[in-house]
Design a protein around this ligand. Sequence first.
Ligand code: NAD
Ligand code: DAU
Length: 351
Amino acid sequence: MEKILVTGGAGFIGSNFIIYMLKQYENILIVNLDALTYCGNLENLSEVEDDPRYHFVKGSVTDSVLLEQLFIEYEFDKVVNFAAESHVDRAILNPNIFIETNVLGTAALLAAARQSWEKDSVYLPGVKFVQISTDEVYGSLGATGFFLETTPLDPHSPYSASKASADLLVKSYFDTYQMPINITRCSNNYGPYQFPEKLIPLMINNCLNHRSLPVYGDGLQVRDWLYVTDHCKAIDMVLNEGIPGEVYNIGGHNERTNIVIVKTIIEYISKVKDSEVTEQLITHVGDRKGHDRRYGVDPTKIKDALGWFPETSFDDGITRTIDWYLENYDWVKRITSGEYEQYYEHNYTNR
Ligand code: NAD
Ligand code: DAU
């Protein structure tokens, strides 16, 4: 049986990944280590909580003692590191926690994996450490071109700088200790269970509350959207078939401006749910500090090397996502019942 440590598995992509992997493979054990911060929610995993192939451990990736104990207890074959502070606006308000979790947490995890896996400078067979990184480490594009794996790192926010730092640490474990690692750099994900601080679920939630829709600056920034299950499929392929030491970009060439995304959400909700949701709710607010103008990922390498391709078109994925939020509005209310309003006030008042 393959034993996989998934960190940050109670968040958006991590929970989708655990559900995906348990459906995909009979003979695995997944241990989910999650600190359950404001955006971690065990409810996301309710459909697998009684599955004997799934164990949950509450704790932090920065806790080296706990990590050592877990590696001894479970003898993991693989690690997939999702655990992170993931929201750019929060990084602008409070960068330090991003350094702690994203940089020091990754460092602690790498050290624990090496201690468990390396015997006399040789790694146990079949082990692999996959770092879930982001296209944001490459910085911002002009009107043309795409991020390649060879594009120099040029992060602009404390979030993307912390992710780039973690990437360099992971790479150093390959270069120095030959640890079998991969780094994945995916574009913007969307789908079920995304915390409503991020563009798409925030706009859906605000539409349902008839709250204004805060578009940063001119709204012409471009993001490259990928349905979350397509990201999970790519991570599975990299975990099992990725060549040690390699970086893989993941994206589906689905570039949209933010304003187009917001208008798409308004149009759909107004049609299926509430005709009072109109473009009048759109409010252009002050721009994000250091705002990257355009992201666009070239996924040729993962397509050619591993045969990955995205299965969900944007039109299909966005309606499925909005439908999910409409059907699971109680989840939205519960997950935003903590410090969310305080954060919202802090981030959106007087922009
Ligand atoms: P998320 O914010 O929804 O979830 C993060 C999870 O990590 C939460 O469950 C949280 O409780 C947990 N966590 C935070 N600090 C922790 C700690 N110290 N120890 C253990 N767990 C901790 O994030 P997400 O959107 O699911 O992103 C997951 C990963 O994917 C991140 O590394 C992010 O950088 C990367 N990524 C995200 C996107 C995207 O569009 N969301 C795209 C590319 C890459
Ligand atoms: O590209 C991958 C990254 O995508 C991940 O690494 C990050 O974890 C994830 O949060 C996401 O980062 P972005 O900054 O692109 O996502 P966000 O949803 O915060 O914003 C998307 C765009 O929408 C961005 O240009 C800012 C804009 N925006 C966002 C919010 C929350 C608004 O105009 N208004 C808003 O209220």
